[in-house]
Design a protein around this ligand. Sequence first.
Ligand SMILES: [Fe+2]
Length: 227
Amino acid sequence: MPRSGVYLGVSAHIMHQWQRTLYETGFAVTRIPLDFDELYIEGALGRIDVIQGISPIQTLVPRPGCGVGPSYSDNFGLGAFPFHTDMAHWSVPPRYFALICASGSSNVTTNFIHRDHILRPQEQVECARAIFRARRPLDGRQIPLRMLSSDIFRWDALFLEPANRAAARIASLISDRLSTAKQSKVALEEPGQTLIVDNWRTLHGRSAVPQASDKRVLKRIYLKSVS
Ligand SMILES: [Fe+2]
């Protein structure tokens, strides 16, 4: 079995091309029928990570923001979303997520940067010493969050703040590098087109949404593993 199969927890001998790409680059594109349900997702993509208070299949539509709130849409509205990892304020953020195109747009892109492209190996060692905390405590608790712990990498300048000197140093280094790092961009244009993202190794953001693209609709599903 290829090493990537071990990494992804894939038990079947045949790996799909999208799984290989996911392992190699941190994201991949595939296609699923639009009449999918949770059972289909578990067979075709992977185990759904059910998060309390969040629907297993979420609908994302662009909407104007109000400058403050618990989501990127609240804060940035139709503007560009800065690079981040999802649920970075959770002790264990979801391993993967899928974005499935319900109504597409060629003018809006999801953008990616692999963590290895902004951090050298020595800096990743320092990341393991960098502690962050949520700007707003989760359920009233303030949990220390290691930026890099085993394989979990987290980055969210909006909802997390540095809690020690290593974190402050590495945060400013990452902010600088993100502004110049090479990005990969994917536009979900056709219904059924599906992006799978490795949320522990890849930072993602979204381009601004022009008025003509405000009918863009995506479905998001968090995954514990890919099948
Ligand atoms: Fe996100």
